[in-house]
Design a protein around this ligand. Structure first.
Ligand SMILES: Nc1ncnc2c1ncn2[C@@H]1O[C@H](COP(=O)(O)OP(=O)(O)OP(=O)(O)O)[C@@H](O)[C@H]1O
Ligand SMILES: [Mg+2]
Length: 340
């Protein structure tokens, strides 16, 4: 087989070298896409998509039909791109998909379980498909089923499982061979709140054991609570990406202020505040409260004096912080997180 070492692709991410043999080496950039285009007939699912996925837990966000599952399948070598390439740990999915398969785990969006098998049979079967010996895969199957919280039910046919149990077995089959890179396509889909939290805790534990997890989801709070990095995709194109902390940190120098008081006091306060610094945004909240975004108020000490003089109370005063929902919505309005 021609290795990428002999035939270096100029689009391969800088700093990655492709191993000649064996599963992918997960360096600082475990997964990269370059100008990736995938079409289904007239539908362009990925349209010149390029991204470098860093280590850690990475959220893949986007509306229905954005191309999330297509990107995951192309990364696994299950789809052939029309143009561009995907590199997994330096391996090219176009030519090295068999080697890639040993080093990746995949929890698909849709059902992938065999209803007539029990969980032990199924998970160990997937272990063997991934190259494990039968004896090892049975032992490891039990370990991962313990890890995901499937107890004695593991000996029952999967057809009798609840949706939450099936999701856990789907996760177990993805990790049975201990891959360094894991693709989880909507892992909490169909689960109740308790099940979702359990699944997210499992993802956190996997992420803390030095694995890279690419997780697609529609639930922004989930992504915010579990992912170190976020990639937003729409219409097959990259819209925005970055560290979660950096994305939700508001614009530098902008403070969020909430005041409470009567109408006259709040009007007075806003007028004199506007003379002292820039009011970026002011919103009334039910007559007795207002929230403001302000810029250029120095260390803010004068604000407390102005509030006292106007007879209003400061309820909250802190640097602007967005939630991921706001970041997501702003990215579709065509601007960055600052809405520009
Ligand atoms: N096998 C296929 N045949 C035809 N079109 C497809 C196929 N798979 C995906 N598509 C189309 O490609 C586009 C991207 O689909 P994809 O499943 O990647 O989106 P997604 O972001 O995963 O959406 P969702 O959030 O609904 O899972 C969509 O327009 C979809 O209809
Ligand atoms: Mg999908």
């Amino acid at each position: 087989m021609t290795s990428a070492v002999d035939d270096v692709d100029p689009r391969m991410p800088v700093g990655e070298s492709a191993p000649e043999d064996g599963p992918p080496r997960v360096g600082s950039c475990p997964l990269s896409a370059r100008d990736l285009t995938v079409s289904f007939g007239p539908v362009i699912a990925l349209d010149g998509f390029s991204v470098d996925i860093p280590r850690g837990i990475v959220g893949l966000l986007g509306p229905n039909g954005a191309g999330k599952s297509t990107f995951i399948k192309a990364s696994l070598g299950l789809l052939t791109p029309e143009n561009g390439a995907v590199f997994v740990g330096g391996l090219d999915t176009r030519t090295q998909s068999l080697q890639i398969r040993d080093g990746v785990g995949y929890m698909p969006e849709h059902d992938c379980l065999v209803a007539s098998m029990n969980a032990v049979e199924l998970v160990s079967y997937f272990g063997m498909i991934s190259g494990m010996l039968a004896r090892d895969s049975i032992q490891r199957g039990h370990e991962v089923l313990d890890f995901v919280g499937i107890g004695e039910e593991r000996y029952r046919q999967i057809r009798s499982y609840s949706t939450g149990m099936k999701q856990k077995v789907k996760l177990a089959q993805a990790i049975v061979h201990d891959p360094p890179l894991l693709f989880l396509d909507e892992p909490t889909s169909g689960m109740d709140p308790k099940g979702r939290e359990e699944m997210l805790e499992l993802v956190r534990m996997i992420g803390s054991s030095d694995k890279t997890v690419l997780l697609s989801s529609h639930i922004l709070q989930e992504v915010e609570s579990v992912c170190d990095h976020v990639v937003i995709i729409s219409d097959g194109k990259l819209v925005q990406e970055g560290e979660t902390k950096a994305l939700i940190a508001g614009e530098e120098g902008v403070q969020s202020l909430t005041i409470r008081g009567d109408e006259g006091g709040m009007t007075r306060f806003v007028r004199i505040l506007g003379e002292a610094c820039e009011i970026v945004e002011a919103k009334e909240e039910g007559g007795k409260q207002m929230s403001l975004l302000i810029r250029g108020c120095g260390d803010g000490s004068q604000i407390f004096g102005l509030a006292r003089d106007s007879g209003v109370q400061i309820r909250r005063y802190h640097p602007e912080r967005l939630d991921l929902e706001e970041v997501y919505l702003r990215s579709f309005r065509g601007g960055g997180k600052d809405g520009s």
